[in-house]
Design a protein around this ligand. Structure first.
Ligand SMILES: Cc1cc2nc3c(=O)[nH]c(=O)nc-3n(C[C@H](O)[C@H](O)[C@H](O)COP(=O)(O)O)c2cc1C
Length: 225
């Protein structure tokens, strides 16, 4: 039978069904298509990222989640990195060390030597101390700082020393001197001192130095677990 000859009720039913489907379809597609009804490259980006963020949120936000859900910061190891620097190279190394530790769940504070409140050092499990090598050994600010440490009880805490220095045989090493002093104060050395090499007196650091210190930070963090 030709459609024109269908009873009116059947035609009306078919029309409603077709119209209803069309409306439903256009509502669904408008969400996906964004403004103007066109799918733009950015819409795909948006859809992908909103979808991905839902899927990945738990693993990406482990820190936030762990501190919100019972594993409080007080249970995380705490470390402080203290550095001296004249031209900024030792600071870069110190920050790389901090990054490596943080990535592995350590709660890290990083201070320049003249910003540290030594009365707070008792709060930390590990102290990492580093500075530039001057006159084969310690810079003046580092010498003074290490002397001040004699007035605080840090005996038994863990420690790591580092420095920056030029690459020549008799360069000396501030890190070696720092480590010696920390041992004298009764600290337990978690890893023998490490030197980052500078290409000239004012830097820059040799390629890969910061990566190396990130890795050292990660290794130290693992040793604290
Ligand atoms: C006064 C002075 C003395 C230095 N003596 C030495 C030295 O004995 N051995 C060495 O390897 N580098 C020496 N250097 C170069 C430093 O190692 C270099 O400046 C430092 O590592 C850069 O680090 P910073 O940018 O954190 O200051 C000396 C630098 C200065 C300014």
């Amino acid at each position: 039978m030709h459609a024109l000859f269908l009873p009116f009720e059947i035609k009306a039913f078919l029309a409603r069904a077709v119209l209803g489907f069309g409306l439903k379809f256009s509502r669904q597609t408008s969400i996906r298509m964004g403004k103007g009804g066109k799918i733009r490259k950015s819409d795909f980006g948006y859809l992908a990222s909103s979808h991905m963020s839902k899927v990945r949120a738990p693993s990406l936000n482990m820190h936030a989640i762990s501190s919100q859900s019972g594993r409080s910061d007080s249970k995380m190891s705490r470390a402080v990195i203290i550095y001296d620097t004249k031209f900024g190279n030792t600071e870069k190394v110190a920050r790389a060390l901090a990054e490596g530790m943080k990535k592995h769940g350590v709660n890290v504070d990083c201070f320049k030597i003249d910003e540290v409140d030594i009365s707070k050092l008792g709060d930390y499990e590990l102290l990492a101390i580093g500075g530039p090598t001057h006159a084969l050994g310690l810079s003046k600010p580092m010498k003074e700082f290490l002397q001040k440490l004699e007035n605080v009880n840090i005996s038994g805490k863990r420690a790591f020393a580092f420095d920056t220095e030029l690459k020549f045989r008799l360069a000396g090493s501030a890190g070696k001197r720092i480590e010696k002093k920390l041992k004298k104060l009764g600290m337990s050395i978690v890893k023998s001192h490490v030197s980052a090499i500078v290409k000239g007196g004012e830097g820059p650091l040799e390629d890969g130095a910061e990566e190396t210190f990130k890795q050292i930070g990660a290794d130290i963090a693992k040793s604290l677990q």
